[in-house]
Design a protein around this ligand. Structure first.
Ligand SMILES: Cc1cc2nc3c(=O)[nH]c(=O)nc-3n(C[C@H](O)[C@H](O)[C@H](O)COP(=O)(O)OP(=O)(O)OC[C@H]3O[C@@H](n4cnc5c(N)ncnc54)[C@H](O)[C@@H]3O)c2cc1C
Length: 323
């Protein structure tokens, strides 16, 4: 296996969980693992990636490379690929990073696979496992040998584990970016934020609600459950379309894909489009008054009952055990 470059997603130097997970997966694949980190704070957060197995981190800390400035980041990624000699790029399957990786792939004639949930080595090729057709089928796919392999990995597909390695060597890249490349400028960033709660795709626990909540007020119950567990709040499309909860919390085929350690769905039927976004959760708990609701077919634990009667005592019990 050739050297592997992992494109790191970070918040001013703080590496996101998904990138630690990908580094952990990468070091099991047999090639030397490098990382690339761009934008403000990159230099500060690079060395510690050695703990997750990165031997060298290629950074470009140009403050103008703010998040979401795609084209300069594509240039930086190409410089990192050249410097590392990597023919394999692993990146988080999130919309912005995928945008950067996809553009770099076109420029380098690479094959691209997104949304991998598992990786295996077959000679010089990585075989990626991914769900297709809204999660109805599992596909194993690989880039044809001889081409650079760019593979997007889903959050929570792997567990992040430190390898206890030495601090990574940090190499500052010298990237030529003229005004023609800096065509777009980020003039303002408005945080949608989830308050004190973790971001949904990073959360270990998600409490999600659907049409069965009855109205927007019903989501206060789901928020209390999420807070008791230190988790994020998710929603079905029926609930977000009804305006009961913001769209960025929608889970599913046309929403976000999540794979927390614990997913609790209340008043959600479990339509295939919803399941496509959460069925790889490690433990699924469903609360639904209809014993035939499809969500029970993938639930590890199910409660057949009225969520308004089941959830409040559950929150009370969780808080009692915590306290
Ligand atoms: C192209 C396409 C893309 C889509 N993308 C998505 C997507 O990304 N995400 C998504 O979620 N959906 C998506 N949908 C919609 C999807 O098909 C379902 O319509 C939607 O998921 C249903 O949401 P729901 O389970 O909240 O509502 P419902 O299907 O109406 O289910 C409500 C459930 O609540 C239960 N219930 C009612 N009252 C209570 C109570 N008091 N206590 C306990 N249980 C109760 C009911 O028994 C029922 O099972 C998509 C559809 C299409 C066609």
């Amino acid at each position: 296996m050739s050297a592997i470059l992992v494109l790191i997603d970070h918040e001013t130097g703080a590496t996101k969980k998904v990138s630690k997970q990908i580094l952990t997966a990468a070091r099991g694949l047999g090639g030397e693992v490098h990382a690339a980190m761009f934008g403000p704070g990159a230099s500060d957060g690079a060395e510690v990636l050695g703990a997750f197995g990165a031997s060298t981190v290629f950074v470009w800390s140009d403050v103008a490379v703010t998040a979401y400035a795609t084209e300069p980041q594509v240039r930086a990624l190409e410089a990192a690929l050249d410097a590392s000699g990597a023919e394999v790029l692993l990146f988080p399957s999130d919309p912005f990073v995928t945008d950067v990786a996809a553009r770099a792939a076109v420029r380098r004639g690479a094959g691209v696979i997104t949304d991998a949930v598992d990786l295996a080595v077959d000679g010089d090729v990585l075989v990626a496992t991914k769900a297709i057709f809204g999660g109805d089928m599992v596909s194993r796919c690989a880039v044809r040998p001889g081409y650079p392999q760019f593979i997007g990995v889903k959050a929570n597909a792997f567990t992040a584990e430190e390898a206890g390695g030495r601090p990574a060597k940090v190499v500052e890249l010298d990237v030529e970016v003229d005004d023609a490349v800096r065509r777009a400028e980020v003039v303002e960033v408005v945080e949608q934020g989830s308050g004190e709660r973790p971001e949904m795709t990073e959360a270990s626990v998600i409490a999600a609600g659907g049409r069965g909540l009855g109205d927007a007020e019903g989501f206060r119950l789901i928020e209390r459950l999420a807070d008791a567990l230190g988790g994020a709040v998710g929603a079905s499309r029926a609930a977000t379309d009804a305006g009961w909860y913001p769209h960025q919390h929608q889970i599913g085929q046309t929403g976000k894909t999540v794979a927390p350690q614990l997913y609790i769905g209340a008043g959600i039927s479990g339509a295939i489009q919803h399941r496509a976004g959460m069925q790889t959760s490690q433990l699924i708990v469903a609360v639904n008054k209809d014993a035939d609701a499809p969500i029970f077919s993938i639930a590890d634990f199910g409660v057949v009952g009225d969520l308004h009667k089941v959830i409040p005592p559950l929150i009370e019990e969780i808080n009692k055990r915590k306290g």
